[in-house]
Design a protein around this ligand. Sequence first.
Ligand code: XMP
Length: 514
Amino acid sequence: MQQETILVLDFGGQYNQLIARRVRECNVYAVVRPCSVSLSEIKEMNPKGIILTGGPESVYKENALLYDKELFELNIPVLGICYGSQLMAHILGGRVEPAETSEYGHTEVKISDSSSKLFEGVSENTICWMSHTDRVTALPQNFKVTASTKNCPVAAFENAEKKLYATQFHPEVMHTVEGAKMIANFARKICKTGGNWQMDTFAKDEIARLKTKIGDGKVLCALSGGVDSSVAAALLSKAVGKQLTCVFVDHGLLRKNEGDEVEAVFGAGGDFDLNFIRVNAKDRFYAKLKGVTEPEKKRKIIGEEFIRVFEEEAKKIGAVDFLAQGTIYPDVIESGLGKSAVIKSHHNVGGLPDFVDFKEIVEPLRLLFKDEVRKVGRELGLSEKLVERQPFPGPGLGIRIIGEVTEEKIKIVQDADAIYREELEKAGANKNIGQYFAALTNMRSVGVMGDGRTYDYAIALRAVVTSDFMTAEAAKLPWEVLAKVTTRIVNEVKGVNRVFYDCTGKPPGTIEFE
Ligand code: XMP
């Protein structure tokens, strides 16, 4: 049976992924496609509904991104949001002009037509998120206004008979208080979907699909212990068991106990019936990193060495039919759809070898967002600790130690980081924090401990609030927690006499130190 799908047609707005997220929260599958996708492809896709996104342009400008009028004649419900609403008006014969007063931010919207299916159950006066400089000033024929604001008489309009709906505001963002209800009304009621997109069905279906696809072939998976590759490995293991080999390269730059934790889950006696190879390669990584201080050089060395180790293991295993990757949906979108495989592998594991003799790449998670991947992980019985792991860079602690990487420094940063994470989690101060870790500055300073002089390292603590890791703010951690972490680190971690908290955002900083 074909998966019921809502197509999100991307006109370059900022919140397009968010629209797909909101639709999926209604248990309806959503895909984002660029607005260059052809009408015949859309027909083939046979979506249950189409959402036109916002975008930075003006519909009346030369070279504006437009679409074939026939899109509105497919008898498929369409919801236009912001630019999408202006596009609908413009193409169907209405008028769009620059607004006398631009509206940005929280705006009170009055729902003027309570019979609108889009606004079923929504309060008559409701707060919505506006962000526009153009507005619809004349409606196409047979459309009616369904909502307005003080400065925008046409804040929403529709032609219910033709199943065409439009909002000037953004129902997909959290600031639109009843936006989720509006999206649900569209995705479930107007598009008449059954709401079958669920993670338990996904896992079951995907396992069956993988079984058919792989047959009795051999699969190789580079397992980092991160959420994506772990969940991909778990799915594959359920599908093809021992035909799967996971190669886990322990480069000695992992967090404290991390290598053993990954092995406990995926290795012999663990939760999965698969071939697991842990390569303890720390000595070769440390040797290559000796004396190297330049960040980019360190990254390159770690990435390259990773490839070498992986290649050697792949060669030992012999003819592999499939290479598995934990590519997820944002990776697919960010890299312009369908071209993600290479980018992701480079980004995640420092690059996968070209030579591996495989027929195809399998990416069982390429339709999912991160939180959906986590749900599947839980569904498959992965521990909460594994499923909730924060992102960890491929080069590991190598880029959290400023300057030369030595075994002594790795031990220091591992111990400090473990204390920091433990205390933050114990105090519940890690909620809503995207990433938190300790790094070792290359700075040594004078201190006094037990009446004696010390000349030791300084640890930097980092915690950032971020939704996409592209920009971030330093988290406002409770002082008591920072004080406790500081005391514990200087008392328990030999070689440290000072602790700093990094208050820098991104930009101008980055999340990692190198
Ligand atoms: P920055 O430091 O660029 O980090 O602000 C943004 C996010 O990316 C992660 N990161 C990496 N992830 N390989 C990865 O898989 C890498 O080489 C890498 N470098 C940074 C970082 O942890 C943060 O989540």
